[in-house]
Design a protein around this ligand. Structure first.
Ligand SMILES: O=P(O)(O)OC[C@H]1O[C@H](OP(=O)(O)OP(=O)(O)O)[C@H](O)[C@@H]1O
Ligand SMILES: Nc1ncnc2[nH]cnc12
Length: 185
């Protein structure tokens, strides 16, 4: 049988969960150093600590909902919404959501894509937090923010598990709304 590469219950102290993020060079395309968060989710304590770290800045933010970005953002958005006691709304890739949708096109570190959100799923003025796993160039998060604002939502800020500082996504996000990263590389 294959050896398990890391403990499934690591017992890691809260601050150590970022050590489980693994680098994969040249994925999904040459020249990209891919930061793989899956080992964090596979470890019970690390996953719980990561969600705690994501939730901490927003506990008093009087949020109505978390807006989670497909697909790795869903894995964090659902437990985060539960931790904060608010609803969850998915921002999805095209063709997945029924009914009327609003769409935003964007570029990310390794390609182009589109995000859609259901029109009318939240009332205008609802206070929302955007969540994703990784901030790289910032294209995805910025598109999510534009989409939410086009629907009249009050974007309170954004939370990511990992910020890749060298790719300067924070500069694109700007300084008018808070962007909190649970860890940075
Ligand atoms: O800051 P950016 O340069 O925009 O990159 C960040 C985005 O890239 C990844 O998404 P991807 O489209 O690969 O989708 P996935 O979550 O479905 O893997 C990641 O989950 C972020 O959403
Ligand atoms: N380098 C990277 N690692 C993981 N997810 C990403 N999304 C965009 N760039 C990424």
């Amino acid at each position: 049988m294959m050896a398990i590469p890391f403990p499934l219950r690591s017992g890691h102290p809260m601050t150590d969960w970022p050590r489980l993020i693994r680098d994969t060079p040249d994925f999904p395309s040459p020249g990209v150093l891919f930061k793989d968060i899956m080992p964090v989710l596979a470890d019970a304590e690390a996953f719980a600590a990561a969600i705690d770290a994501l939730a901490a800045p927003w506990r008093d933010a009087r949020l109505d909902a978390v807006l989670a970005i497909e697909s790795r953002g869903f894995l964090l958005g659902a437990p985060l919404a539960q931790a904060l006691g608010v609803g969850l709304v998915p921002l999805r890739k095209p063709g997945k959501l029924p009914g009327a949708v609003v769409e935003q096109r964007y570029a990310l570190e390794y390609g182009e894509d589109r995000l859609q959100m259901q029109a009318g799923i939240l009332p205008a003025g609802a206070r929302v937090l955007l969540v994703d796993d990784v901030l790289a160039t910032g294209g995805t998060l910025l598109a999510a923010r534009t989409l939410a604002q086009r629907l009249g939502l009050d974007v309170v800020g954004a939370g990511v598990l990992l910020e890749i500082v060298a790719l300067a996504g924070r500069a694109r996000w700007g300084t008018d709304l808070p962007l909190r990263a649970a860890c940075m590389v």
